[in-house]
Design a protein around this ligand. Structure first.
Ligand SMILES: Cc1cc2nc3c(=O)[nH]c(=O)nc-3n(C[C@H](O)[C@H](O)[C@H](O)COP(=O)(O)OP(=O)(O)OC[C@H]3O[C@@H](n4cnc5c(N)ncnc54)[C@H](O)[C@@H]3O)c2cc1C
Length: 451
């Protein structure tokens, strides 16, 4: 009897891969070191996920992710909606614009909860929580199994979905490209008070305040829960003070678009302020001596700055592609890993390259603003800012739509001639007004933090 396929890691990519494989008739063992998701969605906020520290930060569900979910796992999408997850239009009030310009509003753990519910119905999946994988067992250039906290177990195909910090991948992958994100996140979660009607949002499930020297966003999730994230430069010792909840709240109070949500009359904080530092954009590929049978997927292949919310869509897209290739193949599937990893890298590379260009631009503008230098001199040659394009849509609706499609991952780069021409043709160019009109200045933020 053939050994089951081991899926290492039950995060977004691992859960999706395990489900898709089971539905193609494969026997799967899904192994994760964390505890299982609770049965009741009402208990999900207390679910401890040390294996995914990013679960303590907001996740936005972009149009592409929702489209891939509806196409490939429609029951999971349906279950989320049946459990009260909202879909918020991001089409600028033009319903005919594009049916995929929609965002889902949920916590990251809520999606994992729905994926676990679907998995429980798949008898071909054996889910093994609380098991730590220590290494991949290799002999004669082929995967032979996994060494876990429970012993050595035999597998000939291992799908590594253990994420950005994968220890398993250390011997088998090399860095293809790498760049700093240039941002440290500070996040706090809140619950709307009973009877408070959910206030409107500017950008689908999110309201972005695109400052200079800092940036903030409010994310609407499920069951009345929302979160606020404030980003700063890694070297900015002053804004490090955002970790203090009182200082964080003083800065939040300064952000006018967040006011209908915040303050004791509207909400209660349900978390501390949680920082996340050390973020890098990284694209990996397999090293030449990687064993046959070892298949990386998700963040194990590509990590992009969370500012753009692309990780889950890239993870699901990779899972779909990988399972399709394994299913279509005849013969020795283990030796397909070089091919499937190269295909995953090709899929991710344009998104990776684009994020790096955007990160470089934002980081240099922020550094100039924090140093009190003329950031305006840096604008020529910078990529367009999609949120400023959306702000300008009253003047050029097509420009706004291009921005919305780009943010949703329904189209790629913005750095094209038509976009530059349209921006240049605007009566008051948003490029010249890069510090979005409604964002407080960096000195205002510092003053609020210290007051
Ligand atoms: C701050 C932040 C915010 C983000 N916001 C967004 C967003 O808004 N939208 C978006 O699309 N993406 C976002 N992302 C990216 C997104 O979280 C990732 O792209 C996504 O989680 C990748 O899924 P994955 O399955 O590859 O890895 P993960 O989700 O990280 O899952 C890895 C799994 O492997 C398990 N594991 C690890 N090592 C072992 C081991 N040795 N043994 C057993 N189990 C192990 C872990 O417990 C975990 O369950 C964000 C990321 C960060 C850091």
């Amino acid at each position: 009897m053939a050994t089951p396929i081991a899926v290492a890691g039950a995060g977004i990519a691992g859960l999706c891969t395990a489900l898709l494989l089971a539905r193609q008739g494969y026997d799967v063992e899904l192994i994760d070191r964390d505890t299982p998701a609770p049965d009741d969605l009402a208990e999900i906020q207390e679910w401890s996920r040390p294996g995914t520290p990013q679960a303590q930060h907001p996740h936005v569900y972009l149009g592409l992710f929702r489209k891939l979910l509806r196409e490939n796992l429609p029951d999971v999408h349906g279950d989320l909606l049946a459990n009260g997850i909202e879909e918020l239009p991001f089409n600028g009030g033009l319903p005919e614009a594009e049916q995929d310009l929609v965002m889902m509003a949920a916590r990251r753990t809520t999606l994992e909860w729905a994926l676990h519910r679907a998995l429980r119905k798949e008898h071909q999946v054996r889910y093994r929580p609380g098991v730590t994988i220590r290494d991949v067992e290799v002999a004669d250039g082929r995967v032979r199994g996994l060494r876990t906290s429970e012993g050595v177990e035999e597998y000939s195909l291992v799908i590594d979905a253990t994420g950005a910090r994968s220890k398993l991948a250390a011997h088998f992958r090399r860095i293809e490209a790498e760049a700093e994100c240039g941002k440290v996140y500070n996040t706090r979660f809140y619950r709307l008070r009973e009877g408070v009607v959910q206030p409107p949002l500017r950008h689908g499930s999110v309201t972005v305040v695109d400052g200079l020297g800092y940036g903030a966003a409010l994310f609407c999730h499920d069951l009345g829960i929302f979160s606020i994230d404030i980003g700063r430069l890694p070297e900015d010792e002053t804004l490090k003070g955002l970790r203090d909840p009182d200082a964080f709240e003083r800065v939040v109070a300064l952000l006018e678009p967040f006011r209908p949500w915040v303050g004791p009359e509207h909400c209660t904080p349900i978390s501390e302020v949680v920082p996340m530092a050390g973020l890098r954009n990284v694209l990996y590929t397999l090293s030449d001596d990687a064993p046959a049978g070892y298949f990386p997927v998700g963040d194990t292949v590509c990590v992009t700055d969370p500012t753009f919310g692309r990780g889950m869509a890239l993870g699901l897209a990779q899972a779909v592609q990988l399972v399709h290739t394994l299913t279509e193949a005849t013969g020795d599937r283990a030796s397909l890993n070089l091919h499937t990893t190269a295909a995953a890298v090709d899929l991710c590379r344009p998104w990776y390259d684009d994020v790096v260009v955007q990160d470089r631009a934002r980081t240099s503008l922020w550094r100039a603003a924090v140093a009190g230098e003329r950031w305006q001199d840096l604008l020529p040659g910078m990529p367009p800012n999609p949120f400023l394009m959306i702000d300008a849509e009253a003047l050029d609706p097509e420009l706004g739509l291009i921005g919305r499609r780009y943010v949703s991952m329904l189209s790629g780069t913005l750095d094209d001639e038509d976009v530059h021409r349209r921006i240049a043709a605007l009566p008051a160019s948003p490029a010249a007004d890069q510090a979005a009109a409604h964002a407080p200045t960096y000195p205002d933020v510092v003053a609020a933090l210290r007051s």
